[in-house]
Design a protein around this ligand. Structure first.
Ligand code: SF4
Length: 422
């Protein structure tokens, strides 16, 4: 079944692109920006890979990519697809190939059949004539199995023929450009040439998604801006090798916000180095939060909360902000399952004291203003800007959740059929 998800109005109009069908999704054109992610399990280990794909999918990854490095992994792909199908997960799967994709797809046809999209890196399929032969062989397989491809150019494995030529040309300039700019241009040139060749080899233009992989924010933004002007294909955007923890999240958010606010980006991935022993799904959660913060898509009601200051001498409001954030994340899937349309756009506020509490709470659908130091020990609850209750802090979380559930039912619950009067 094709999920023809409707375009969500956004403050940032998207650049016009072709639309590419990947299994049950459309990428590009008027379709919502798609969140994707990549596993880090051994693809040959079917049960571990299936478990992680499900974890990523449940977190909100609408496509999942995994590496296919050798025959052992290629042979595991069919089992991964079948296991997901048996469990009812219709998630599109992308095979990530380097060096030998054209050989693996030929040698293991069930892998070629089971995947929904093939990723090729034109920088590592050989040099000169061999490059063109291998690239053509890969494209021929995509045609044969009727699969779209992602052409992903990585500046860490850039086509050296293109880079060398652009560097030589640059040397001849009166004022040579900085090396990193020439490298950005080489990344774009490699992507553009590869798309052109793929089309020459017979792949339909609407069977190609393009990605450049650059790990510095300014270079990444420059490269995508040139690319957006040069190609009609949908773009997969994201900062590659973004890093770990807050560094990776901040750098990815900065890069994606700059591009998405210019309408560039049809599918995104946040490439975080996972903190040891944490869930791989963090990259999916961050991707969704970036889209939601920009107002491009909505997934879960968000909690606005103040940072706290000397007027809050306890951590009650911090605990409440955290508790409500987790509560909303847990409850949203069930509300959506029930068909409660628009619930993901609901706004909730948790504020520390009377200074900004009432005002901010009034801007939310539901808000609570906790008592700051020296204030009356009551928490004021607001619904649609009106004060509806005043409760003690000890019972505030329970009372607030009760009102939250009632608010969701009355505002987003399915409209009951109204029988016309006789
Ligand atoms: S709302 Fe109150 S507690 Fe929160 S930051 Fe402002 S003054 Fe401080």
């Amino acid at each position: 079944m094709i999920m023809d998800t409707e375009y969500l109005a956004s403050a940032f109009p998207r650049r016009k692109t072709l639309q590419v069908k990947v299994r049950n999704l459309h990428v590009g054109s008027k379709h919502p920006v798609v969140v994707q992610s990549m596993t880090n399990t051994d693809t040959g280990d079917v049960s571990k890979t299936v478990a992680q794909i499900i974890e990523l999918y449940k977190a909100g990854s609408e496509m999942v990519r995994f590496t296919v490095q050798n025959v052992r992994m290629a042979k595991a792909v069919k089992g991964i697809r079948e296991a997901l199908d048996d469990l009812g997960y219709d998630v599109p799967l992308i095979g990530d190939f380097h060096f030998n994709g054209h050989q693996l797809l030929r040698e293991v046809p069930e892998c070629a059949e089971a995947l929904d999209k093939y990723r090729i890196n034109p920088g590592n399929v050989g040099f000169g004539e061999r490059h063109d032969d291998n690239f053509k062989a890969f494209i021929d397989l995509a045609k044969e199995y009727d699969k779209p491809v992602r052409i992903g150019v990585n500046w860490g494995s850039l086509d050296q023929t293109i880079l060398t030529k652009l560097m030589e040309d640059n040397k001849k300039r009166k004022v040579p450009k900085p090396t990193h700019i020439v490298t950005d241009e080489a990344v774009v040139e490699s992507a553009v040439q590869s798309v052109k060749k793929a089309v020459e080899y017979g792949l339909e233009p609407n069977r190609i998604i393009v990605r450049t992989k650059i790990s510095e924010v300014p270079d990444m933004v420059t490269a995508y801006e040139i690319l957006a002007d040069s190609l009609e294909q949908p773009l997969h955007v994201g900062l590659t090798e973004a890093g770990i923890g807050s560094k990776g999240i901040v750098a990815s958010s900065a890069a994606l916000a700059m591009l998405l606010s210019k309408g560039i980006g049809d599918t995104i991935r946040v490439s975080l180095t996972p903190t040891p022993n944490t869930s791989r799904a963090e990259e999916v959660i961050v991707s969704r939060q970036i889209l939601q913060s920009l107002g491009i898509r909505h997934f879960t009601p968000l909690v606005s909360s103040c940072p706290g200051c000397g007027r809050t001498t306890s951590i009650v409001f911090q605990e409440m902000a955290e508790e409500l954030t987790n509560y909303l994340q847990e409850r949203t899937p069930e509300w959506k399952e029930k068909g409660y349309k628009g619930v993901e756009e609901m706004k909730v506020a948790v504020m520390g004291c009377v200074v900004n509490g009432p005002g901010e709470s009034k801007h939310a659908n539901l808000g609570i203003s906790l008592p700051g130091t020296g204030e009356d020990p009551f928490c004021i609850i607001y619904e649609d800007g009106k004060q509806v209750a005043s409760v003690r802090a000890s019972v505030a979380p329970a009372e607030f959740k009760k009102r939250l559930e009632a608010y969701v039912e009355s505002h987003y619950g399915k409209v009951k059929e109204v029988t016309a009067p006789n």
